[in-house]
Ligand binder design. Structure first.
Ligand SMILES: Cc1cc2nc3c(=O)[nH]c(=O)nc-3n(C[C@H](O)[C@H](O)[C@H](O)COP(=O)(O)OP(=O)(O)OC[C@H]3O[C@@H](n4cnc5c(N)ncnc54)[C@H](O)[C@@H]3O)c2cc1C
Length: 335
């Protein structure tokens, strides 16, 4: 690969790389964007987009995508009880991430970005490099930074027939909070186009024996592991800067996913675009990335200190309605 065929190299074409390459090309610079996978987006992910993420991607009620499913309710299950959350904040759109990437790649090509799939590139010989190579970022390692991974996650996908036989609903997401199994993580069921995604995510400190706990959970729902591939992934939640001279990090590689919920698509899209803007506008220092990371630092500190009340704020409505906060605090929900 000729290193000078472009001014800027984007490594990785997940949501962060797609957003970064698009913003750079719109800003008029020559971009080479590479992904080592021939089909970016084919990774372990529940593909759940929150309302703020849908707004960013311009997915609305009036313009549904053929490869998305809109869920208007989240059922929260904990300690044998359940509560139903409804309304704007409980709306999740699940997407097929491969098709989302394909759509965005077409846009990049139309913008003149040179896209190479199934290839890697060394970050040398370019004016600037944006590394969007995910939670196990090789570029980040090369900079001597600690790993970005803060959450370990497992997932299986089931056909609608299999899910229906197990009594899993298609009209809502379900999240399970079960401190013994997931620590301060959780398990989920996300109906998606043509399938139901069943998974769990836990802090790295709680990942020992995760596979066994997850398979027990799957079996407890009456689902079989046969015919469904076990997918494993890490989520990058450990931010320690994103500007390193010519090299910048975005998305999971920068550790910007939420350490609490594992949501990372929104943060990847936002940080990819912000990092591109920092390159296009010398002197511009993104105020958004420090905001995301400060919020995360607070969450991580609260997790470390065991301040259950402050950690559980996003789930507060459900947990309050279940009368669980006191019980969870008493049961040392947070270790
Ligand atoms: C099981 C699981 C479920 C999840 N569910 C959700 C969810 O429902 N909603 C949500 O918002 N987030 C979810 N996440 C988190 C989300 O997947 C990530 O936060 C998000 O994908 C980060 O985007 P990214 O662009 O930074 O990195 P990624 O999407 O990981 O993309 C990185 C890309 O870089 C490529 N790459 C890696 N190394 C190289 C290299 N050396 N050279 C070239 N290319 C390279 C990879 O092939 C990949 O395409 C989940 C994560 C997991 C593991």
């Amino acid at each position: 690969m000729h290193p000078l065929s472009a001014d800027i190299l984007v490594i990785g074409l997940g949501p962060a790389g797609l957003a970064a390459a698009g913003a750079l090309a719109r800003g008029g610079v020559k971009v080479l964007a590479v992904d080592r996978h021939p089909r970016p987006g084919a990774k372990a992910c529940a593909g759940g987009l929150t309302a703020r993420c849908c707004a960013l991607l311009d997915i609305s009620h009036d313009r549904p995508w053929s490869f998305s499913t809109r869920l208007h309710q989240i059922e929260v299950r904990a300690c044998g009880k359940s509560a139903l959350l409804k309304g704007h904040d409980a709306t999740i759109v699940t997407v097929d991430r491969v098709r989302l990437a394909q759509q965005k790649l077409e846009e990049l090509r139309d913008l003149g970005v040179e896209v190479r799939l199934g290839e890697t590139a060394r970050p040398m010989g370019y004016e600037a490099v944006i590394a969007c190579d995910g939670a196990s970022s090789r570029t980040r390692r090369g900079l001597g930074l600690p790993s970005a991974s803060g959450i370990a996650a497992l997932q299986r996908r089931y056909t609608q027939a299999q899910a229906m036989a197990a009594g899993l609903p298609f009209d809502r997401a379900i999240v399970w909070f079960e401190p013994k199994a997931w620590g301060c993580g959780y398990a989920w069921s996300f109906p998606a186009p043509g399938e139901v995604r069943l998974g769990c995510g836990v802090p790295m400190s709680h990942r020992r024996g995760l596979r066994r706990r997850f398979e027990e959970f799957v079996a407890s729902l009456g689902l079989s592991a046969q015919g469904s591939r076990l997918e494993a992934g890490l989520v990058g939640t450990r931010y320690c800067g994103h500007r390193f001279g010519r090299i910048r990090l975005a998305g999971d590689a920068a550790g910007l996913a939420s350490p609490l919920t594992g949501e990372g698509i929104y943060q990847a899209l936002v940080s990819g675009a912000e990092v591109a803007r920092e390159i296009l506008e010398p002197g511009y220092l993104s105020p958004v990335i420090p905001e995301l990371s400060t919020l995360h630092r607070r969450t991580v500190r609260a997790l470390d200190q065991g301040g259950a009340a402050s950690i559980l704020y996003p789930m507060a409505p459900a947990l309050l309605s279940l009368g669980l906060i006191a019980r969870l605090t008493a049961s040392r929900y947070v270790r």
